[in-house]
Design a protein around this ligand. Structure first.
Ligand SMILES: Nc1nc2c(ncn2[C@@H]2O[C@H](COP(=O)(O)OP(=O)(O)OP(=O)(O)O)[C@@H](O)[C@H]2O)c(=O)[nH]1
Ligand SMILES: [Mg+2]
Length: 365
């Protein structure tokens, strides 16, 4: 390219002036970006209970920190066992009631609606006779895929037998369910990017009063909503649909005056469960989605249903946009929090969007 000085003899005064301007801007960006790099950007994970906040938080640890140490994984072993027993208890209780009922199928009254069929009854008897975990694991996977009992997601449940022997690998920790109480924070830097401080909170109703202590100086809210929960009710209130709760909570968060300038990153999470469920349970069972009409079957239907849900959430965001907060950024991401590669890709996009936004606010772009 040669040196700028050598070329200057052939450039017009106007071009020269433009170059000097560009260099000044570059210097300012370099200076301010360097200063900024050491002041962490504050990110808040918000959303209702079980929407996946802590799973994202754990992924950050795996992706951008040192992962889970041996000691932590040993502690998670106990949690995983407790999760499995808890899930089995829900199923077996349902089974008992089923046995006393003449109905073909039984729907549990608990927040996790479980349809227990005849084949599970047979498999459970097999378990009683000590005939292995795999058969019941497969059946639980089928039920878990619909109900999201802790830990019993499709593929994972099939590994129940393995889990019994050696549960403490990094991936298992992502599936272990511990309800968050209080506030947890961590600081991390994705690659050579800026420093972030991420806060995880408890999402159940009795936890939310603690949130407001964190509302000042937030760069971005990552709001998690579980796509697959459109047919489930809250564990703290059996009469409220989880998707309706997510909508109302999102609406409430958007209205907070502290968030006038805050970016909003909506993580429509549990897409893996959503794409299985959509073929079994119509989206319209959720009162918010009552006008939904499926257009096709297979992959096209998954994408149509997803876009419909995304549009509904976008409407909530836009309904809350007014002259006072029109500048805030809104991005939607389709996520599966237990998928490490996808979370890494999503986080790179988040980082890019936030950096672009800060440069734009600083008048650099
Ligand atoms: N299959 C699947 N499971 C998920 C996903 N995200 C979270 N989970 C599981 O859902 C359960 C709840 O996730 P958490 O991350 O604990 O939810 P939370 O939002 O932190 O819940 P609270 O702490 O109660 O507010 C855990 O068992 C996770 O493993 C996902 O995208 N796919
Ligand atoms: Mg949590």
């Amino acid at each position: 390219m040669g040196s700028v000085c050598g070329k200057d003899q052939q450039v017009s005064p106007r071009e020269l002036e433009e170059r000097v301007q560009a260099e000044r801007i570059d210097q300012r960006i370099r200076r301010e970006t360097k200063a900024d790099k050491d002041v962490p950007k504050k990110l808040l994970l918000l959303g209702a209970g079980e929407s996946g906040k802590s799973t994202i938080f754990k992924q950050i640890k795996v992706l951008f920190q040192e992962g889970f140490a041996d000691g932590e994984r040993i502690n998670y072993k106990t949690v995983i066992y407790a999760n499995v027993f808890q899930s089995m208890k829900i199923l077996l209780d349902g089974l008992q009631e089923f046995a006393q009922s003449d109905q073909e199928k039984y729907t549990l009254k608990a927040s996790n609606k479980v349809q227990v069929g005849e084949s599970l009854r047979v498999k459970t008897r097999e378990l009683g006779k000590g005939q292995g975990m795999v058969a019941i694991g497969e059946e639980l996977a089928e039920v878990g895929g619909r109900s999201e009992l802790p830990l019993l997601t499709q593929d994972y449940a099939k590994k129940l037998e393995l889990l019994w022997k050696d549960p403490a690998v990094q991936e298992d920790v992502l599936f272990a369910r511990v309800r968050t109480s209080g506030i947890v924070e961590t600081t991390f830097r994705p690659g050579r990017s800026d420093l972030y401080k991420l806060y995880d909170v408890g999402g159940q109703r009795n936890e939310r009063k603690k949130w407001i202590h964190l509302f000042e100086g937030v760069t971005a809210v990552i709001f998690c909503a579980a796509l697959s929960e459109y047919d489930q009710t809250l564990s703290e209130d059996e009469n409220t649909n989880r998707m309706v709760e997510a909508r109302d909570l999102f609406d409430w968060v958007l209205k907070q005056s502290c968030f006038k300038e805050t970016s909003f990153l909506l993580f429509l999470n549990k897409f893996d469960l959503f794409e299985q469920k959509i073929h079994k349970v119509p989206l319209s069972v959720c009162e918010w989605f009552s006008d939904y009409k499926p257009v096709s079957t297979g992959r096209a239907e998954v994408s149509h249903a997803y876009q419909y849900v995304e549009k509904k959430f976008r409407e909530v965001f836009h309904k809350n946009t007014n002259a006072g907060n029109v500048r805030r950024v809104f991005q939607v991401y389709r996520t599966t929090a237990v998928d490490k590669t996808l979370v890494e890709k999503t986080f790179n996009l988040v980082d890019e969007a936030l950096t672009r936004e800060l440069l734009s606010r600083g008048g650099f772009i």
